[in-house]
Design a protein around this ligand. Structure first.
Ligand code: IMP
Length: 194
């Protein structure tokens, strides 16, 4: 039997990628496909909180099983910042270049450049909340390298690799990324439920 599952995004690339991992027991639907066109507020102070806010909004309004994700770059020497504020760290816009400049500025003269990307997925399934976390550890290098990817990719060097996320082919990043790791856990859970 096939089940509908709402993914709290309108990014069809994300939907297709996760659909191919999940298989065909669950049919993923985007927000637009269920008629949800409003901006869902992301006002929580943690990744878990924001992921749950989005999933809960959909569950309460549409009564359907759904999941939402939230990701942040957590830098050890900055007490975990930018964290939940990663998208709008430097300005109110999603300005990737300004965000990188701000992080590099804050790390000037600091020895410890350890950082990690962390993704949290909140799934509401038959009324219960489940969280899935994916982490990739690495460091923030001093200057940008590479032009692929987005966000902080040009300054993030994953542990054990010689290329930043912005230098790596996307397929390689997708094998080790925070998002891929969280999605794998979600998919494993759904396979047991499906
Ligand atoms: P979101 O929760 O997926 O929208 O991610 C929030 C912010 O984290 C993005 O706007 C980016 O600044 C940053 N971010 C998330 N994932 C990545 C990634 O894979 N590479 C670089 N930056 C990322």
């Amino acid at each position: 039997m096939k089940h509908e599952l709402i993914i709290a995004t309108n990014n069809l690339h994300k939907l297709t990628e996760i659909q191919s991992l999940i298989g065909d027991t669950f049919i993923l639907k985007s927000l637009q496909q269920i008629g949800c066109i409003e901006d869902i507020p992301e006002t929580a102070l943690t990744l878990e909180g924001n992921a749950l806010l989005k999933a809960q909004y959909i569950y309460d309004k549409y009564g359907k099983n759904c999941f939402a994700d939230d990701t942040g770059l957590e830098i050890e020497a900055l007490d975990g910042r930018p964290g939940v504020f990663s998208a709008r760290y430097a300005t109110d816009e999603h300005d990737f270049e300004a965000n990188i400049d701000k992080v590099l500025g804050e790390l000037t003269n600091l020895e410890n450049r350890k950082a990690r990307f962390r993704t949290v997925i909140a799934l509401i399934f038959n009324g219960s909340v489940h969280y899935f976390e994916g982490i990739v550890n690495g460091e923030i290098i001093k200057e940008r390298k590479g032009i692929k990817g987005f966000g902080y990719d040009p300054v993030f060097l994953p542990d054990g690799y010689k290329q930043t996320f912005a230098e790596m082919p996307l397929a390689e990043k997708n094998k080790i990324s925070h998002r891929a790791r969280a999605v794998t856990k979600l998919v494993d859970f759904l396979k047991l439920e499906g």
